[in-house]
Write a protein that binds this ligand. Structure first.
Ligand SMILES: [Zn+2]
Length: 283
């Protein structure tokens, strides 16, 4: 089936009372592994890529992989730009056929973030593409060590930010962190305060490393999309490393990559079920 845009996918998630995992891809094998997982689970989900990973291939390349593969899949999916940092990132992704965009102005002061995000929203909405914006807290000076987990979204700014940017979903900081180097300290009470005032559904970044039960508990606070990157990347890298460790002369790259794809699919399937509080046996 054709890709859905993020608003359509969010509506489907709400209808089915599930949250959407948004898995970060890097290359063709990761992309197909993620699509395999959604199909095997029969549950909707998001394939996403950030500009840091696009540089390996290109927006057109990833969009082509997804669009060519779609005829073999029946499960609803969206293709999302993760952490678009510039309007050029946004334009390239929309033009390549992405069906959802994130504009990341979270490091900017409040007013600048609004104006920057609004420009991305105006461009994307003209093409019918929904936008995720981010409202975090400005971190301390670079020479201070400030944990990302301590920088939380101010609930008092949420309604104004969403209304003035026109964003369709909002990424929030509630003690979550990116990557596996820092330790998340999720504050569900803070999330509840944000959810009470947010006019739009919410997005969690840095899903790897957070207890699945904690993520599952976010659904009642209007959380709909959970970004997960590191867990899938580790599964891919470990599978390739294991193949080399098992046979230092391993040269069957096709088999190694097929095994890596299967390893990513397995993690992606279990994670999708677990964050939705569903049993993972057999997945
Ligand atoms: Zn992120």
């Amino acid at each position: 089936m054709p890709l859905l845009d993020m608003n359509e996918l969010v509506a489907m998630a709400h209808k089915n009372d599930v949250m959407l995992p948004a898995y970060n891809t890097t290359n063709m094998e990761m992309t197909l592994a993620i699509m395999d997982a959604f199909e095997a689970n029969g549950m909707p989900g998001v394939i996403q890529i950030a500009p840091t990973n696009v540089k390996l291939t290109g927006y057109d390349h990833i969009a082509d992989v997804v669009h060519r593969a779609l005829s073999g899949y029946t499960t609803p999916m969206a293709l999302h730009l993760d952490h678009g940092k510039t309007l050029d990132d946004v334009r390239q992704a929309v033009n390549a056929g992405f069906t959802s965009i994130m504009i990341d102005g979270a490091a900017l002061p409040f007013e600048e973030n609004i104006l920057f995000s609004r420009r991305a929203v105006d461009f994307c909405h003209a093409s019918g593409v929904p936008v995720e914006a981010e409202l975090g807290a400005i971190r301390g000076k670079e020479d201070d060590h400030v944990s990302e987990a301590d920088c939380k979204t101010d609930p008092d700014q949420v309604a104004e930010f969403v209304e003035r940017t026109g964003c369709d979903t909002l990424a929030v900081s509630i003690g979550n962190v990116h990557g596996l180097e820092d330790t998340p300290r999720i504050d569900l009470a803070h999330l509840a305060k944000i959810a009470a005032v947010s006019p739009c559904p919410l997005v969690l970044h840095g899903g790897s490393g957070i207890e699945y039960a904690t993520i599952a508990a976010m659904k009642q606070h209007n959380m709909v999309k959970i970004n997960i990157a590191s867990d899938l990347r580790r599964a891919f890298i470990k599978s390739v490393a294991d193949a080399q460790a098992a046979n230092p002369n391993e040269a069957n790259l096709a088999r190694v990559l097929m095994d890596a794809r299967a390893a990513v699919t397995a993690v992606a399937r279990r994670t999708q079920l677990a964050i939705n509080g569903m049993p993972c046996e057999g997945a």
